[in-house]
Design a protein around this ligand. Sequence first.
Ligand SMILES: [Zn+2]
Length: 458
Amino acid sequence: MHKSRSDTSLNLLGAAGTVTGSKTLLKVKEHQVMIDAGLFQGYKNLRQLNWLELPFDVKKLSAVVLTHAHIDHSGALPLLVRQGYNGPIYTSDATIDVASVLLIDSAKLQAEEAEYANRHHTSKHHPAKPLYTIDDVEKTLELFEPMPFGQWQEVLPGLPVKLQYASHILGAASIRVKANQDEIVFSGDLGRAEAPILGAPEPLGDVDYLVMESTYGNRRHPSEDPKLLLAKIIKDTVERGGAVLLPAFAVGRSQVLLHTIDSLIKSGQIPKVPVFLDSPMAVNVTELYKRHHDDHLLSQKAIKEVFGIAKMVQTVEQSKALNELKYPRIIISASGMATGGRVLHHLRTLVGDHRNSIVFAGFQAAGTRGARMVAGETSIRVFGQDLIIKASIHSIDGFSAHADADQLIDWLKTATREPRRVYLNHGEPDAADALRLRIERELGIDCVVPLLGQEVRL
Ligand SMILES: [Zn+2]
């Protein structure tokens, strides 16, 4: 019998030609389901897209399924709610907790930005308003419905959905949808096979259509072990009596750094020096690893040991007191690109002394303080003050939470049947296209990179 496929379609309303703003509208018969609802970030022309009305009728949306908590996947949920959505948002239990922390923080940042724009008259709008408020976030959080990993659940009549483990960050999932006879898999962001705390993503399994991320579609992670690079920097810094400052993202990176430092101390590769985690958000997220112990590889005992090596800094007073300490120390603090947060106070204290080291252990977006320091600028402006950089500045790439091109191909090879077509999203154009070529040439699978807003029929 001829099979009609006209009743299933996908529409990428974000993360097309870019790595942010993930939003895919899936239509199956009468149902409309949104996979992820993330904010656009980075360049201004992308960020402006966040202010546009979503190009579909939010009232017709019957469910949202979220892959993971990162703001470029979850940060537009409050916008959906503002536009009238009040249906369920399905995701893993851990993602609900992590997203709560991140969405509240996102609302605070929006408020700060609006306040800054009003004070400095940098916006065309008077008064400048935040994209959304804490109130909107609270309404959003009420809509979350936890879903277990590995179990089919009908999120709408006749539409079973299953979460599978994606590594990447705590709670992250790939989403599998059974639409008529077809299985459609949305990879979400995929972690690395060798990730120390989260381990490898679950094998892909049965799939007919795959929507896959392509962030590192044209890149290979550096072969040198980031752990050894970090060990050498810490050892050298401690020997000259200095402090090591690690600006780090609160979710994932801070915990991986603690894990790395713990194992370096245990193996005697670095001396035992005091370690501080100075970011309330990172401290809160670290607590979540205890609650969601099934969602990562660390035992409860290991969690206690690994996260126990750091003193968790909560109050501003405790944070300021760190600046008075004279002995060698390691401070992990947010934000990861030194664009804001407590790390700025530490930067101000530490950057002018040649004994200290500042180590950027994550991607530094163009235009950020972190990117300028890594590029070798000789002075940096912090709180309106130009500071001469005398500390040694390092950048370590190898801690990424994303699978690289080879690992994306390897994951695709774990499919138990060949997908009819792969759609690539969540990548810059050159990364997505490089991966598309590999998928077509090496695996012989039809692969397409859809444009923003392009509806594709399955
Ligand atoms: Zn992510």
